[in-house]
Each structure stands twice: as C-alpha cells, then as structure tokens.
Design a protein around this ligand. Structure first.
Ligand code: AMP
Length: 613
C-alpha cells in the first residue's frame, strides 16, 4: 500500500499534526494525549533530551535547560537585529558561531551546542514517532507549513531539519494557504465563488493571504506578512510592564534571573489569555520578589489593548498593503478567515471587523489546529494512498509570469513560460563572448518583455574562474527550477570544468498581484511591435559586438595587430561606441556594422579567421 502523508504545523509555540484518511480530517494526538505539542526541547541533568509538554513543564523549573521559540532563530544570522531583540527575553544562552546563532545548554556534566535546525529536528522527531505510534505504521512523508514570508534560508533550514529525521517533505506549504484550505474544506457548500482574506496571527508570526475561490479551484493571489509579530510580542509588552512596576515599586529588577523571567513570561501569557475572556485580572507573583511573599499587579483589558495597539495596528496596515498589492478593495473580500491563537484577542477581532465595515468574521472553532488541517489536506492531495483520496479541493500552483535570464545585449531568454505548472525545470546554454573570459553573469527576470530591463529583476548569478578559452569556446549550462516549495533556483554549470554555482530566490505566485500580472501581460501584448524592434536592434548589436571581439582575437592570435593596426583600432573603437547605444540608436549601430564588416571581411578570408559569428 502507498504511504500515508501527514500534515505538520511546526509552530513557534505549538506543533500540531493532522492526517486526512478515509474522507476525514483527524488531529493526531501525541503520546501524552495532547492535540498540540509544545515546541519545547529540554536537556536533562542525565544528558537526555525531552520534547513537548514535559519539556515545557521542566523548563519552568530549570529555564536554562529548556529551549523554545526556536522558529524565531531558524535561518537567521546572529547579527540579525531580530535575534538581538529576542535575546533580551530568552532565558537560555545563545552564542555566536560564525555569525550563526547556536543555543548552548550546560548541564552539570556536559555542554550541549545545538543549532536551531537541530532543535527543530528534535521536535519533528517526536512528532514523527508519536504519529507513527498513533497510526500504527512508519511515516516518512509529510507536508510542513511555514510562514508565507519565510525566506530561502528559513525554508531550507526547515527542510534540512525534516530530512535529518527521515522525513521526505512533499511540500512546504504557506501557513495562511493552509488555513484557507482547511476553511474551504469545512465550508464545501459555501454559496459560490469569491475572494477570501486569511488573517493568521500566531505566537511568533503574522501572515495575510488573499485567495480566489472558483468552484473547487483555489488560486493564491497575494501574500504578505511579518515573520516577527505575534502573541509572544504581546506577552513581552506585559513582561516589560511588570518589570517596570517591580523596579519602581519594589526596587527589584528580575531581568538577570532567568528562572524568574521564565516564570514571568508564563504568567504574562496566561494573563494575556485571561484578558481575552475577562475585562480585568491580576498578575500574581508568589515568592518572586525578595522579602515580599506575594506581589499582585492588577491589569485591565483596556491597559493591555493600549500597550499593544501599535502592534495590532501594524497587522491592519499589512492587510491594507496586501489588498493594494492584489488591486482589491476591502468590499471585494467575501470571506475573512481568522487563524492562529492570537486571533482570540477581542480587540483584534473588533479591529478587523471594523476595518471590513462590520463584517462577520469566519472563526475556526479551534484556530490552533486549522493550519495543521490545511497541511493534511495538501498532504492528501499529494498522496498516492487511495485511503487519502480527496476530491473537493484543487489548488492551482502555476508560474504567474515568465521567468528567464538576460543575455549580454539585454535580450530576455524565456526559460519558464507563464502559467507553467510548478514544479518545473528548464535548461539553456550560454557561451563566452570574450577571449579567456573569466566570469559570466546572468540577471534573472520575471516578465513578458523581450527587453529584459523592462521586466522585474529577481536576482543575479555570477560564475567565476571559467576555463580560459577563445571567444565562444567555453560555455555554461543554465538550469532554472521552480520547486514545490516555492524556491526558484538558477544553477550555472561550466561545460569544460563542470564547476557549478547557483542562486536561490523565494518565488511565490503571490508575490505579484493579479493586477500586476494582468498589467504585465497586457503591456507585452500592446508592445509586440516595440519588442520586435528591440529584437532587430539586439540582433544587430549582438552581431557587431561579437564580430569585433572575435576579429580582434584573430588579429592578436595571428600576430596581425601591427600589420592591420587601422582595422584593429577600428574594431576597438566600434566596441567602445556600441556599449552606450540603445534601441533608439539602431541606425547608428547599422552604421557601425557597415564601417567594420567590409574592412574585416577580406582579411577574415585571407587569414582564415576562426570562431567568427
Ligand atoms: P499559534 O501559534 O497559532 O498556536 O498561537 C499561539 C499564540 O496564541 C500564543 O502566543 C498564545 O498565547 C496565543 N493565544 C492562545 N489563546 C489565546 C487567547 N485566548 N487570547 C490571546 N492569545 C491567545
């Protein structure tokens, strides 16, 4: 029987696993019976590693051995300002090794140094073995969700962590897309098609996605977000508030005491959650401040809301930005879908509802599980296991615009045409222009115009130390891939030495709005005449360029520079002039061609010039 594929929401705070089997979505409980597993890792005095609920409990007692919020460290450099900011709040030690953050835990007998990737692998390892215990057979394939705004390093580190514990990741799915999949699955008979906005605010990250539903077809139109905005930031505001009160009223600063900071963090998170239910409560700290048995700091919902208002507002601004990107008005949004634990905060709900002019928001009964459910739906869509068959949803993943590279006269080589289903791989070849050319570089573009400079610039790739060879005699094979995880890779391999160099770029259809895409396509259609003119110009310019370079190479090789100095100098002069000529200078380029070709032609024959274009 084909393997079962599970869906994993690897969260900053909690990790949740779900599977779609026999037409049902089922959250896979962990061995302790929990529907979610705290994303905690704890190192014991006996040097063993505990993950999940018990790790969280132990971390309350011995905070310096307990690691959490690992997702915030994933794929970031140590000098990243976000990491710096976080280090103020994390009770465990993070050190700098070659500008990578590495967590250090020192038990009585051993020092553990673990990268964020290794710590993620501990969590995934527990998830895997618990899911296997629950399902009664090995599981090797999974879909894992990531924040939509995770960059390449963050995505690759997540994949690497999964790989080390033996998971084949069929897809990294963006979290808000997963939430939408889960919503659509639950609301199969929703009355008709339209645009939906997913507002996903969890413990560590905020994501927005705008999707279009057309029958069973779902297309992602745009995503936006912030990889560092969530429930923990709200907790930290309360922690800061308490610290200020303790300093001013009790002359006690807890910031140097890891255990107390950990306790304070926990207490503040609980108080924050309580404020979602009641208008006021108190932060109660027992045996916390020296010489005070109990400290009670009252706090109201209003106080909390005013402290966090700037962060709440930031999420609204990001939502506005996302709507603008996809060229939609608020009123175009038919369904607003809330996911992530922090959307339980009443003020957030009222701000979103007010933003959409009093719209009723679609809330999940359990916002902590919807992302895992979406991952399970995607897993089932990719599974070959007949028990996982799913028919009511289809998710469209195609390239929105063509992808390609520019050549030395800025002509776009279209490698992957628009609307090509993802994943896809295409190859093209390039040869050197100059004698002994040492480097070859490519600009990578997205768009439909022949003049690469009129397209969206995505990135740059340069391969150096090419094998020395006459012009056109050394080449590079360029392979362009868009994989199922939204990573665009452009890889260049030198044909003589086989050396390779690659560049990776996050590629999501959602990074361009529908409006932008339409504009690009229409512009290209309207400008076919201009593009044709550019092609003619580029053809001639390219020809004259190569002609001069190769003629000069032959003069040099055959020791004819002195004998035919006038022709050699002419070629050199034409090359210099060509550099600055643009499409409007086509006549000038033709003139230069006429100056140089008749001069060289007889010599080309007489001396049997090689490699001429
Ligand atoms: P998630 O990453 O979706 O599991 O969300 C976890 C975040 O949601 C944590 O920061 C929690 O403190 C927060 N959260 C969970 N329940 C509530 C609640 N009732 N009120 C406010 N925040 C909550």
């Amino acid at each position: 029987m084909s393997e079962t594929v599970i869906g994993i929401d690897l969260g900053t705070t909690n990790t949740c696993v779900c599977v779609h089997l026999n037409n049902k979505l089922k959250i896979l409980e962990n061995k302790e019976g929990g529907r979610t597993t705290p994303s905690y890792v704890f190192f014991t005095e006996q040097n063993s590693v505990i993950v999940g609920q018990y790790a969280k409990r132990m971390a309350d007692v011995k905070p310096e051995y307990g690691i959490y919020e690992i997702k915030r460290l994933v794929g970031r450099k140590y000098d990243d300002p976000y990491i710096k900011k976080n280090l103020n709040y994390l009770p465990f030690q993070v050190t700098n090794i070659s500008n990578d953050p590495v967590v250090v835990v020192q038990t009585k007998t051993q020092v553990f140094k673990r990268s964020p990737q290794e710590l993620c692998a501990y969590i995934l390892g527990k998830i895997k073995s618990d899911a296997e215990a629950k399902l009664g057979h090995p599981i090797n394939k999974a879909v894992i969700t990531v924040p939509a705004y995770f960059n390449i390093a963050q995505r690759e580190m997540t994949l690497a962590a999964a790989k080390t514990i033996g998971f084949i990741v069929l897809k990294l799915l963006n979290e808000p897309t997963a939430a939408a999949l889960s919503y659509y699955y639950e609301h199969k008979s929703s009355d008709g098609d339209g645009y939906s906005l997913v507002y996903d605010l969890g413990g560590g990250t905020f994501d927005v996605a705008i999707l279009q539903r057309n029958g069973s077809d779902i297309t992602i139109l745009g995503v936006d977000g912030e990889t560092h905005l969530g429930g923990h930031d709200f907790d930290n505001l309360l922690v800061e508030h308490v610290c200020q009160v303790l300093i001013s009223q009790y002359n006690y600063n807890p910031k140097n005491d890891r255990r107390n900071m950990r306790r304070l963090n926990n207490e503040c998170e609980e108080v924050k959650k309580m404020l979602s239910e009641s208008e006021e409560t108190s932060i109660i700290l027992n045996a916390f401040v020296p010489n005070s048995n109990i400290v009670e700091i009252p706090i109201t919902r209003g106080q909390f809301e005013s402290k966090a208002e700037h962060l709440f507002q930031k999420t609204i601004d990001i939502m506005t930005r996302c709507l603008e990107k996809v060229n939609l008005k608020k009123s175009d949004i038919k369904e607003v879908i809330l996911s992530g634990g922090s959307t339980r905060i009443p003020k957030i709900q009222s701000m979103i509802s007010a933003y959409f002019n009093g719209k009723v928001l679609n809330k999940f009964i359990n916002p902590d599980e919807c992302v895992a459910e979406g991952a399970a739906i995607q897993a089932a869509l990719l599974s070959k296991n007949p028990s996982q068959t799913i028919s009511q949803i289809k998710i469209t993943d195609v390239t929105a615009l063509s992808l390609g590279i520019s050549d030395f006269v800025d002509v776009m080589t279209f490698m992957i045409k628009r609307n090509t289903p993802i994943p896809v791989t295409k190859t093209t070849k390039r040869v050197t222009v100059y004698n002994n050319q040492a480097n070859m570089s490519f600009d990578i573009y997205e768009g439909e115009r022949l003049n690469a400079k009129k397209n969206y610039f995505l990135g740059h790739l340069e391969i150096t130390d090419l094998t020395p060879a006459p012009p056109g005699q050394c080449g590079v094979t360029v392979v362009m891939t868009v994989d199922q995880n939204g990573i665009l890779t452009v890889k260049a391999t030198e044909t003589v030495s086989n050396r390779t160099k690659d560049v990776k770029i996050v590629y999501t259809r959602g990074s361009r709005s529908d409006g932008d895409i339409k504009k690009v396509v229409v512009e290209a259609e309207e400008n076919t005449a201009e593009d044709e003119r550019f092609r003619q110009f580029a053809d001639i310019k390219g020809f004259v360029y190569k002609y001069c370079i190769r003629a000069m190479y032959n003069f040099e090789e055959k020791g004819l520079v002195a004998t035919h100095k006038d022709v050699y100098d002419k070629c050199s002069d034409v090359l210099k002039k060509l550099k600055d000529l643009d499409v409007d200078d086509e006549k000038e380029v033709i003139k230069l061609k006429q100056q140089v070709v008749p001069l060289c032609k007889p010599l080309e024959k007489k001396y049997a010039f090689k490699y001429m274009p």
